[in-house]
Design a protein around this ligand. Sequence first.
Ligand SMILES: NC(=O)c1ccc[n+]([C@@H]2O[C@H](COP(=O)([O-])OP(=O)(O)OC[C@H]3O[C@@H](n4cnc5c(N)ncnc54)[C@H](O)[C@@H]3O)[C@@H](O)[C@H]2O)c1
Length: 371
Amino acid sequence: MLQSNQRIARIAAHINPPNLQMVEEDSGLERVNCRAKGASSGFKVAILGAAGGIGQPLAMLMKMNPLVSVLHLYDVVNAPGVTADISHMDTSAVVRGFLGQQQLEDALIGMDLVIIPAGVPRKPGMTRDDLFNINAGIVKTICEAIARCCPKAIVNIISNPVNSTVPIAAEVFKKAGVFDPKRVLGVTMLDVVRANTFVAEIMGLDPREVDVPVVGGHAGVTILPLLSQVKPSCSFTQKEIDYLTDRIQNGGTEVVEPLARILRIDYFADPIDVAKAGAGSATLSMAYAAVKFADACLRALRGDAAVVHCAYVASEVTELPFFASKVRLGRNGVEEIYPLGPLNEYERAGLEKAKKELAGSIQKGVSFVRK
Ligand SMILES: NC(=O)c1ccc[n+]([C@@H]2O[C@H](COP(=O)([O-])OP(=O)(O)OC[C@H]3O[C@@H](n4cnc5c(N)ncnc54)[C@H](O)[C@@H]3O)[C@@H](O)[C@H]2O)c1
């Protein structure tokens, strides 16, 4: 009887944090007794914001990743249920749930990779400033905890506005004396994933074979697809370039407001009740993109060579302190940042616009922490 109670307690222990377990006092069945083990060689990954629209499918896909041995799921709501659900998948990663700020540090201790989709997506009636203020505070708090608990972890930031949340993370780490520019990466993979897909649609190619560098940042005109550098080499008409650039820069709008976009209505000025309208932004394609990027980070940590992807990082590629471009990932995070390569006139004009807007977003992030 005692033995079976202990086994049951162990299972509860690895799914739920101590304050959610129904364990008798002094029974010796605390979480510390958990015997659950993951794959022998693997990385420890935490997802913060794991119960959200992006967080849930992201958690599911990371549980399927053979490079992950331990998966920590943290959120301020619903973490235990999501953790129980994901933990039933018969893949090797051990899943543990953490609920509420008092368990944030436990969620982070010992992690190799921390993925942050915590925050709110933009909703009707919400200004960009509203979104900034909420998410900036969330990312700041989370990064303060990362600085204390796992300062050597690779950090993947998804929470918007990425153009500002990455500078916020950097400032927090600098303040704590642990900033390593190689380890803080803004996830712009969704822009690349969309660009590959949209180019493949136009050119009649398999999206898996298409590689579009997308540089700059992760909002509107700061998203700069370099269509002159697409692989395999493609030649586009000016009409196609305009169409693709606009679609890649505003891909999120197709998800948030599909009908409004077709009707050319400003959804946020005049919300109408359609599709995902108001119910959220890109979550499924974002989870896919986040996993594609996280998997690349883990393969690089393992020592794989030639892992190259676009990411928004501390950079000297332009005069701005942060910029998205192709980077080579390695055991320490960003090992090399590639220059932009030759740009055509259209792209040079786009770059100037992107830099102007990015400069303001970076400054806004920095000021948020320094204020
Ligand atoms: N980088 C990108 O390409 C990209 C793409 C799409 C969305 N996003 C951004 O990702 C973020 C999440 O989007 P979503 O659709 O999943 O939103 P969501 O509201 O569905 O989920 C967010 C989750 O974060 C949790 N959360 C809130 N405060 C938290 C805190 N302090 N600590 C931990 N968790 C907290 C919420 O409880 C919720 O479960 C948004 O900021 C959104 O704009 C980024």
